[in-house]
Write a protein that binds this ligand. Structure first.
Ligand code: COA
Length: 136
């Protein structure tokens, strides 16, 4: 049975870390994530579990001076896709951010990752910046 969300103040020592590392590896292989480290020890983490295993999680950082927060790597295990877990964790995290005084929630998405635009859009996220690059 799905339980959570569970909030932790750091990734260090979190039982969710191996799950996040596996999911990031899959995203890199799918071309939906830069081949570099996204996670850092300072990240906070929130997770949903099915019995004894994490099945949906994200990491995030709170910036009190700008009343903003960023979430990174919001992932659901593929066996649990389309069961509302993204929505559940997204809403719980927004609520926690509001309690902290956050006024703007940010995230970055890769253009190649089409369905995340549907999922994020459905949860109130709107594009506001187009990042450009040139490979040299
Ligand atoms: C994108 C992802 C996080 C969605 O998680 P999820 O738990 O399946 O999402 P939900 O069940 O809460 O779905 C929420 C909405 O997202 C959209 N959505 C989710 N999966 C979709 C898909 N395959 N195609 C189109 N829309 C999709 C739908 O609008 C859905 O609402 P609906 O089911 O009522 O139509 C999940 O597919 C995933 O982990 N993918 C790999 C990791 C990833 O790309 N993470 C984002 C970048 S870090």
């Amino acid at each position: 049975m799905i339980h959570g969300p569970y909030f932790e103040d750091t990734l260090v020592g979190s039982k969710v870390l191996p799950f996040l590392l596996r999911e990031q590896a899959s995203l890199i292989e799918a071309g939906h994530c830069a081949p570099e480290f996204v996670l850092c020890n300072e990240h906070r983490v929130v997770s949903l579990w099915d019995d004894d295993k994490p099945v949906c999680a994200t990491v995030w950082q709170y910036y009190p001076n700008s009343k903003s927060a960023w979430s990174y790597l919001l992932v659901t295990h593929k066996d649990y896709w389309r069961q509302g877990l993204y929505t559940k964790i997204h809403e719980a995290l927004s609520q926690r951010m509001v309690e902290l005084g956050v006024m703007i929630r940010h995230s970055e998405q890769w253009l190649t990752n089409g369905k995340i635009f549907d999922a994020a859009g459905k949860n109130g996220m709107r594009p506001y910046l187009f990042r450009m690059k040139k490979d040299l």
